[in-house]
Write a new protein. Structure first.
Length: 351
């Protein structure tokens, strides 16, 4: 057997193992609800994979190796057909935080947004659900802020946008998973069509205050940065978010931990404008999004360094002081004379 043949068989065996590993995780996370059925499918996949690898490696089985590969290929093709025919749904027993779908109606320069979330929190998991609707005048759209929240170090953050209107009105759009009652979030599950995509459209007293005032395990550090953008660009971006939000109401879609998450969707939505930033690894390493925007001169900096701007953007203490105040959004944006160092701004959590 030549070196090339050995190399080819080694590469084929590696490909088989990778396909089998993906297939096993797909069956485990997205397979039938009864555990017994998932175990049976996993057993069949493991048996076929083992026989196929044996046929590649043992000389006595070489006559059967291509039949074994063909059998594995048919099984894997059937699995792909099943997997890509899984359908997202808006009809599940949702957790109350994501139970009510937001939507909007557009009438010229006026956009009426329905089901804006504004829960009355007593703790992270103890709250009274509340929603309202508001009519926004696009002529009063003044800018957009990027909000980043950290809870596990400098590289991973949840990032969302908040649009600023005149009279200190703000409307936040947070792209998240739509989870069912009793269902938690898992990054691995997020790769396997286990969550629907959801646009949390919320008052900042909800979506920011939840993170600064009530999330304790682990605590979160929240930063608010103003994006440098033209009024026309902000308007196009706002309407694109509205369009995507309305589309999800009619046609649900799956969330994906890598390709359809908070930052990749934000980047895709931003492509409505001609000067969109090129894709960068910092979009995937979401904790570095503010740093990337700073490097590309897309943040209002007032001449500050990134470290200084980050310290000014940290809103936890101001949000805790503002709490339920009607002018919460205005208060969290009033920069303190001297910002105290924060865990996220001064140590390992620095983006």
């Amino acid at each position: 057997m030549t070196v090339i043949e050995n190399l080819g068989r080694g590469l084929l065996a590696l490909l088989l193992l990778l396909c089998a590993a993906w297939g096993a995780m797909a069956f485990w996370f997205a397979g039938p609800a009864p555990a017994s059925q998932r175990y049976a499918l996993l057993a069949v996949l493991c048996l076929v994979t083992l026989l196929t690898l044996t046929a590649q490696l043992l000389p006595a089985w070489h006559r059967l190796r291509w039949w074994a590969v063909a059998g594995f290929g048919l099984l894997f093709a059937a699995q792909l057909y099943w997997y890509f025919n899984l359908q997202p749904s808006n009809d599940r027993d949702w957790r109350p935080e994501v139970a009510v779908l937001p939507f909007a109606t557009v009438d010229g320069n006026f956009v009426t947004v329905h089901n804006i979330r504004n829960f009355d929190y007593r703790s992270e998991h103890d709250f009274t659900p509340a929603h309202y609707e508001r009519r926004f005048d696009l002529n009063k759209l003044e800018g957009v802020d990027v909000v980043s929240t950290y809870w596990m170090g400098p590289h991973i953050a949840h990032v969302f946008l908040s649009f600023a209107f005149a009279d200190d009105q703000h409307l936040a759009f947070s792209i998240e998973t739509r989870t069912e009652k009793g269902e938690g979030y898992s990054t691995l599950k997020g790769f396997f069509r286990q969550y629907e995509l959801f646009y949390v459209v919320a008052d900042e007293r909800d979506v920011i205050r939840l993170r600064t005032n009530y999330r304790k395990d682990p605590p979160e550090d929240v930063f608010v940065y103003r994006v440098k953008a033209s009024p026309e660009g902000v308007r196009r971006l706002f309407l694109e978010y509205i369009r995507q939000m309305n589309e999800l109401k009619e046609t649900p879609a799956f969330y994906n931990s890598l390709t359809t998450n908070c930052t990749t969707n934000m980047w895709v939505n931003a492509r409505i404008n001609p000067n969109t930033l090129p894709f960068n690894w910092k979009v995937l390493a979401s904790g570095h999004v503010p740093e990337y925007l700073y490097e590309q001169d897309r943040l209002v900096t007032d001449g500050l360094s990134m470290e200084e701007l980050q310290a000014r953007a940290h809103v936890n203490r101001r949000a805790q002081a503002a709490d339920t105040a009607a002018d919460f959004s205005r208060r969290i944006r009033i920069a303190e004379a001297k910002s105290e160092p924060t865990p996220a701004a001064s140590s390992a959590a620095k983006p």
